[in-house]
Design a protein around this ligand. Structure first.
Ligand code: 5GP
Length: 189
């Protein structure tokens, strides 16, 4: 993937490189939506977003799924402001909906070690959904510690800490419309 030039602004000044452009994200999200639309024809669908990083992806993805569907959210403990996984996963906000007998599609921003989603899928399987699938915008397979079955992947990325399009560093940069990498000095601030 080629790096694009970034114009100057206080927010953009922190960016070292654009990994996936706004258009690149939009094109891929449309493709994912088309595949999901085909795969879930005639089936009841509950799309579950994992907060907070998924907010932008979820909003765009569901608009590309041309089926009747419902949405719900879960919040789980994440990295905080550090860039390494603690391996500790906790449900901070559970689903409002009952998923027993339903087709559940979990939507995540990025799979890194896989610890979060392997925990989450085990917890949700216990509730006996009719099916459980995973859609992630980004995947970093080189970092995997726990196995996760992923049905829909937007982009596979190398082992770099990325921000933008919902993904944060210390709760910032979520509002960037593209996915990029910060200048090294920003991570150490
Ligand atoms: P896992 O449990 O798979 O290691 O981590 C998943 C979570 O870690 C993601 O939902 C995200 O919050 C965070 N994460 C992992 N890699 C990155 C990254 O490159 N950038 C950002 N902003 N968050 C990441």
């Amino acid at each position: 993937m080629s790096a694009a030039a970034v114009p100057r602004s206080p927010l953009l000044d922190a960016i070292q490189e654009v990994l996936i452009s706004e258009d690149g994200v939009a094109d891929r999200v449309r493709e994912l939506g088309e595949r999901i639309t085909l795969d879930y024809q005639g089936r009841d669908l509950l799309v579950v977003g994992v907060l907070r990083g998924v907010a932008l992806f979820m909003g765009d993805l569901i608009r590309q799924i041309h089926l009747p569907l419902e949405i719900d959210y879960m919040a789980i403990s994440s990295y905080g402001s550090a860039t390494k996984s603690s391996g500790v996963v906790r449900i901070l906000k559970d689903l409002d909906e009952t998923i027993t007998g339903r087709n559940v599609l979990i939507v995540e921003d990025i799979i890194d070690t896989g610890l979060t989603l392997s925990y989450l899928t085990r917890a949700l399987e216990e509730r006996k959904p009719a099916s459980l699938a995973i859609c992630t915008l980004l995947d970093k397979p080189s970092r995997r510690v726990a196995h996760v079955d992923v049905q829909y992947t937007g982009f596979t990325v190398e082992d770099r800490f990325v921000v933008g399009y919902g993904l944060d560093h210390a709760q910032r940069f979520r509002n960037l419309p593209f996915i990029g990498v910060l200048k090294p000095e920003v991570y150490t601030r």
